[in-house]
Structures are given as C-alpha cells and as structure tokens.
Design a protein around this ligand. Structure first.
Ligand SMILES: Cc1cc2nc3c(=O)[nH]c(=O)nc-3n(C[C@H](O)[C@H](O)[C@H](O)COP(=O)(O)O)c2cc1C
Length: 368
C-alpha cells in the first residue's frame, strides 16, 4: 500500500503568491523555441501542465542576453520584442488554465561553447575563465564592467518576466553556469571583491537579487536555484558543512530572496553527515525561507543517466511524502515525469498510479 499523498496537494504561499499545491514543474531546457522565440507549441506545452494541476511551473532556462548567455540554439530569451511577446502569450495561457508560472533566467557562463553559438567571436563569461578547474582558464576572467553588465542584464530580465505577466522569477545559480561559477571556490579564483570568502563569492548573486527587488517590489517572488553538485563533478560539495552552507545562503536571504530551490539528483540523499536532511531541508532550517527540493521524484533512475539512454521506471512516492510530512521542505519539483506526462500531478492526486509512465530519452524530442 502506498502512503496517502494529501500533503502534496495542500496549498502553500511564497510571499503573497498562493500556490494550489506543492508540485513544481522543474526547469527543463527543451530547445523548441525557434529563433529563441517561444511559439504556439511551447505555449500549449506549458498550458497542458497548468491544466494537469501543477502548482507552480518553472520555465526552461531563458537567456537574459542574446550574446554571452547563449550557447544553445533554439533556447528562448527574454530580451527581443518577439521573445517577450511569445512569453506574454505563455503567461496568459497558463493563467487562463488556472496555473502559476515563473521564468528561470539562465546565463550559460563557462558552459557556453562560443563555437556553437551565434557569436563565436565573443568569449564566454565566468568568474575566472575556468570551465574545468584543473585544466586552466579558457577565457579571461570577467572584468568588473562585465560583471556589472551581467548583473544589470539579470535584473532587466527579471523585470521583463514580471512585465510579461508571470507570477515569479527564478535565477539559475546552479549546475556550474555563470552565477555558480562565482559561488564555487574551485572556479572562482578571484582576489577582488567578487571572489575570496563566501561574502565575495555570493556578491554577484546578492547584487542581482537586491537590485531586482528594488525594481519589482516586495510582492513578486524571487527564487534562486543552487546546487552542491557541479557538471564537472557530481560529488562536489560547494559547501562542506552546514556552517558553510549558511554562509552561502544568508547573503542571498538578506538581499531579499523569497525561496531557495536546491537542486540534487536524488531528493532523498542527505546533504551533510550526521543528519538525513537533504539540501532543501538544510536551507529551510538555516534560513527559515520556503524551499523547493527536486531529484528523481517518481522515477527509478536519475536524470543525467537518462541522457546516456537509461530508462527510468515509475517509483514510489512514499519517501517523498514522509519527508514532506515531517516538514523538511515545502515544495517538490518534478522534472522528467512531467516532461513525459502533463497529467502526472492529476494522476498522482487521484491515485491512478498504474497509469504513470516510464521515462526514456525519446521523450526529449517531443513536446507532449
Ligand atoms: C531535458 C532536461 C533539461 C533540463 N534543463 C534544465 C534547465 O534549463 N535548468 C535547470 O536548472 N535544470 C535543468 N534540468 C534539470 C531539472 O530541472 C531537474 O533538476 C532534473 O531533471 C532532476 O529532476 P527529475 O529527476 O525529476 O527529472 C534539466 C533536466 C532535463 C531532463
């Protein structure tokens, strides 16, 4: 017998935004926005998740500029008038279907491959020009003027997100991209005020949050996604101890973030020795802010193995329910299960678990 799942379907508030349940669609890059403009197929894809009862939809990563942020064809931006117009339609359709949605703002930083981008002559941006720490810099460290530009571009993208009619915005500060290249001491070797200790390494993100807050006001929730793990090293611990984790999160909380989205590949894995709390559990305990967890919900295998061809089978939600009933974290993001099946939340709510589907990489090529 599976545990009852009511906890997943109780409302939750982030500031003045009331979510009808605890299920969040995880941000997933789909590369279906031709010319970086989300079209009718992308609009319908998000609308289907709202109709399927998802509490909060987070968009795929959306670029805050069309140059240094962009290394992946057909990933949308929120800069050009056409892209803004496309997103306005998405926001309005999701709202009409009773959903809440935010854009995830994503600067690819050192994971942008200039050769594959529309601007191969423009170097990629990151704290110290490092992609793989041990292999030496690929580019020059960002200048202070470039850091200033990057901050202002994130702020403008968050303002544009609000103007397009979305309920919130998420800054992508995880997975080794631009913001994360500042957080991690192995890729941030700077000796100026943007590097060094946690105060220095969180300064860029804190500036983005603080300046955005003054522009969007108190009632537009701002979320930041962070991860201990890095693309270069799945076992990396950006913060080695809860004390360090607090030093990472506190400046972001002080700057005005409303919620932390702690990315891990398996939600049940403890973040530190001596406690079974996961990263979102610790973030909630240390900051008192709402937190979102994620990672292999409802599926047997984790997402990076999916790319290698592993097929994940539907899996029990018992452990998730247990952790949420205990109050470890507030919201749970679901990636592949919702990519595959827009009705996933509704099937879980109504106990139709025999209708849940397995996930294979074939799903990546389709906007179900
Ligand atoms: C196709 C695909 C695209 C993804 N793109 C993003 C992204 O744009 N931004 C992000 O923060 N995470 C991205 N992720 C990671 C997911 O948000 C999520 O953390 C991960 O899939 C684990 O959740 P799951 O096991 O429920 O799929 C992506 C994952 C997949 C499968």
């Amino acid at each position: 017998m599976s545990k009852p799942v009511q906890i997943l379907f109780t409302p939750f508030r982030i500031g003045n935004l009331t979510l009808k349940n605890r299920i969040v669609m995880a941000p997933m890059t789909r590369s279906f926005s031709r010319g970086s403009v989300p079209g009718d197929d992308v609009t319908a894809y998000y609308r289907r998740r709202a109709e399927g009862g998802v509490g909060l939809i987070l968009s795929e990563g959306v670029h805050p500029n069309t140059t240094t942020a962009d290394g992946t064809p057909n990933v949308p931006d929120i800069v050009t008038p056409a892209a803004k117009e496309g997103w306005r339609k998405v926001a309005s359709e999701v709202k009409a279907a009773g959903g809440a949605m935010g854009l995830q703002l994503w600067h690819e930083g050192p994971y942008r491959n200039p050769a594959k981008s529309a601007h191969p002559d423009i170097p990629s941006w990151s704290a110290s020009g490092l992609k793989v720490p041990d292999k030496g810099p690929l580019w020059a460290p960002m200048t202070e003027a470039e850091i200033e530009t990057a901050i202002e571009e994130f702020v403008a993208a968050a303002v544009a997100t609000k103007e397009a009619g979305f309920a919130c915005a998420e800054f992508h500060g995880a997975h080794s991209y631009l913001i994360d290249s500042f957080f991690w001491d192995k890729t941030n070797r700077r000796t100026d005020k943007w590097g060094g200790d946690w105060t220095g390494r969180t300064r860029m993100a804190a500036e983005i949050i603080r300046r955005t807050r003054t522009k969007v006001g108190p009632d537009f929730p701002l979320i930041i996604r962070i991860s201990q793990w890095k693309q270069q090293d799945f076992d990396a611990k950006c913060a080695e101890t809860p004390q360090e984790f607090e030093q990472w999160l506190a400046p972001l909380a002080d700057a005005g973030i409303d919620a932390f989205h702690c990315s891990q590949r398996r939600f049940w894995e403890p973040a530190f020795d001596g406690s079974d709390l996961n990263a979102a559990g610790w973030a909630k305990k240390l900051t008192g802010k709402p937190t979102i967890s994620v990672g292999s919900v409802g599926l047997s295998g984790e997402f990076t193995a999916t790319y290698g061809g592993e097929v994940s089978k539907p899996a029990s939600l018992d452990r998730l329910v247990e952790m949420m009933e205990r109050g470890d974290f507030d919201l749970i993001a679901v990636g592949r299960a919702l990519l595959q099946d827009p009705q996933w939340a509704e099937k879980v709510r109504t106990g139709r678990t025999d209708e849940l589907k397995e996930f294979s990489k074939d799903a990546l090529g389709v906007l179900y």
